[in-house]
Design a protein around this ligand. Sequence first.
Ligand code: SF4
Length: 203
Amino acid sequence: MSIAADALTTLVDDVLACRKCELAGLLAAANPIRPAVLEDARVVLIGQAPGPVTDRKGYHFAGPAGTFLSLWLDRAGFPPNYFREHVYLTSLTRCFPGKSPSGNGDRPPSRSEVALCRPYLDRELALLQPKLVILVGKMAIDTFLGKKPLTETVGKVYEHEGRALLPLPHASGVSRWLNAPENRALLDQALTELSHLRVALGL
Ligand code: SF4
């Protein structure tokens, strides 16, 4: 994948300056996560939204989900550090939505926030032209594949606009979905598919 580094740098500036959700009254204070300018990005990975650790540290997947995803890539046969060195990490929205009003976990971003942030994601995909996009969590999966249960999508590979899409479950380590043995088997299947894609696409 060739990278238009100057265009990515412009994207970084645009994202960091973005206050669209704040101005629309959707966020009390926008704090966009800085997109990485990867020298050699080979895969794009899209999550839901930054969590509190990412919000504090300022880079994508800085919290437990990043640790789990890196381990999952190891299981799919990628070399050490591939996750940080070759996977362009991004999400549907780029600002931490805050805690859920119920106090139970983080608030998922609203449809309006996702819509306002989408142009950045479209720019990233257009610039990076990845052969593989990994979709992490139901919200990212539903955005690209339409609403379906995770049990229908995890373990399968989809094709969209000439690129492979691989769904994975949320990887925070507190995902109850992975408590069920049959769902862990679907994750194993997804990582096997990821291993096949690694070889087939020369990632
Ligand atoms: S979530 Fe996206 S669109 Fe909204 S303020 Fe943050 S960077 Fe801008």
